[in-house]
Design a protein around this ligand. Sequence first.
Ligand SMILES: [Zn+2]
Length: 63
Amino acid sequence: MKYVCALCGYVYKSSVGDPENGVEKGTDFEDISEDWVCPLCGASKEDFDVLEDGDDIDNDDEF
Ligand SMILES: [Zn+2]
């Protein structure tokens, strides 16, 4: 599952995570700490929307 920041378009991928901000790869968006914010614009998790895309062919395998 991927999530996109509604404000700046940053995409969070659970397969990548956000290691620079303490989110290890493999972390589901729902499991990210509530005080995590968008690394690009500082938006809160509430400002993220589920990104439904059919053209994502890279593997999102769980780590
Ligand atoms: Zn953002």
